[in-house]
Design a protein around this ligand. Structure first.
Ligand code: P1T
Length: 386
């Protein structure tokens, strides 16, 4: 099984061509969906192209894995059934009972739940830290025990920014790996491996897939020893992306660059509208010069992304009412698809972190700004806020 990177060329070229050469027999320009659990062997052990059984490898998945590695400027990519399956596989590949990880004090609620309710039971400790404060991260590290510093930037849903380059140095000083969940930025806006990170994590359910029609996850690394450990655990645990899901995710990846540009255009217009709206107490967007992480974001991101969070002046009930009143923005969890979504993190995506360090404000609304006409999005918010 080879991952054809064709990693030369610009981002768009890699997104469209890396990972797959037109089929030798038919010339098909897209990877066929290999709906096959097993592969015929030419005599015992005589595998064609290294394929044996689809948990270990499937050509549709291999194509996606090569493409995602190429757009992240990595060496090896791995595709999973969900972002959380990718995260769990990574943790088991690099941590052992008794180890410790530093987590964001503001992260996707499901990521925190994985560490706090699942990994902890197996003996992996964690400390939440304010990732925008490099010294706080250094202080949270337990030398010799900390194996991973886990970064999300921008964070979900508070859009805090962490300095990837600075945190990579802090993690590496302590002999720990720097893992970056790059879901919110997408590989188009930010490439953590080029800034010193060791592992990139994605919920490909979001911008990479881009159409809200498939759940998936990915890991990308440069170090080949680390890649071997992940490959072993991916096969041993088995949370792999199936061929249909791999196909959809790969199809989405090809248009990531053009979609992200428009997500950013529309998000900027929505931000411009919200900042002057009297019912809005605070708009949170890393593209605003007043955002505390603006300078770091400007340095490490191409643009500032399609997610906008804001707090309503009148409190939680008003936030719930706005979510219910929106029509063009669909009320639902998830993000990163072509359609705009609105949600109340406190009651929805981040309900599992209520009462912890990661609790989010109850008057907070998160928008995933999609690709509809910007004027329709703004009119919808104007009506919902009235
Ligand atoms: O949902 P799944 O594909 O398993 O990915 C989990 C995940 C990991 N990391 C980040 C930053 C995420 O946002 C998510 C999933 N988030 C949502 C479902 C959400 O609505 O925020």
């Amino acid at each position: 099984m080879t991952q054809e990177h064709r990693s030369k060329g610009g981002f768009e070229t890699r997104a469209i061509h890396a990972g797959y050469e037109p089929d030798a027999m038919t010339g098909a320009v897209n990877p066929p969906i290999y709906a096959s659990s097993t592969f015929k062997q030419d005599g015992v052990g005589g595998m064609r192209g290294g394929y044996e059984y689809s948990r270990s490898g499937n050509p549709t998945r291999t194509a996606l894995e090569g493409a995602i590695a190429a757009v992240e400027d990595g060496e090896r990519g791995f595709a999973f059934a969900s972002g959380l399956a990718a995260e769990d596989t990574l943790v088991r590949s690099v941590c052992r009972p008794g180890d410790h990880v530093v987590l964001p004090n503001d992260a996707y609620g499901g990521t925190y739940r994985l560490f706090d309710k699942v990994e902890k039971v197996w003996g992996l400790d964690h400390t939440p830290a304010v990732l925008s404060d490099v010294e706080a991260v250094r202080a949270a590290i337990e030398p010799g025990r900390t194996k991973v510093v886990w970064v999300e930037t921008p964070t979900n849903p508070m859009l805090n920014i962490a300095d990837i380059e600075a945190l990579a140095a802090v993690a590496h000083d302590a002999g720990a790996l720097l893992v970056v969940d790059n879901t919110f930025a997408s590989p188009y806006l930010q490439q953590p491996l080029t800034l010193g990170a060791d592992v990139v994590v994605h919920s490909t359910t979001k911008y990479v897939g881009g159409h809200s029609d498939v759940v998936g996850g990915a890991l990308v690394v440069r170090d080949l020893e680390l890649a071997e450990a992940i490959a072993f655990h991916q096969n041993s645990i088995g949370g792999v992306a199936g061929p249909f899901d791999a196909f959809l995710t790969h199809r989405g990846l090809k248009t990531l660059a053009v979609r992200m540009e428009r997500h950013c255009d529309n998000a900027e217009k929505v931000v411009d509208f919200l900042v002057s709206h009297p019912a809005v107490a605070e708009v949170i967007y890393p593209g605003l010069p007043t955002h505390p992480g603006h300078e770091v974001a400007a340095r490490q991101m191409r643009r500032f992304g399609g997610i906008v969070s804001f707090r309503v002046a009148a409190g939680e009930q008003k936030a719930l009412d706005v979510c219910a009143a929106a029509e063009v923005f669909t009320l639902g969890e998830s993000l990163g698809g072509v359609e705009s979504l609105i949600e109340h993190p406190g009651r929805m995506t981040h309900a599992s972190v209520a009462g912890t360090d990661l609790e989010v404000p109850s008057d907070l609304i998160r928008l995933s700004v999609g690709l509809e006409s910007a004027e329709d999005l703004i009119a919808d918010l104007d009506r919902a806020l009235a």
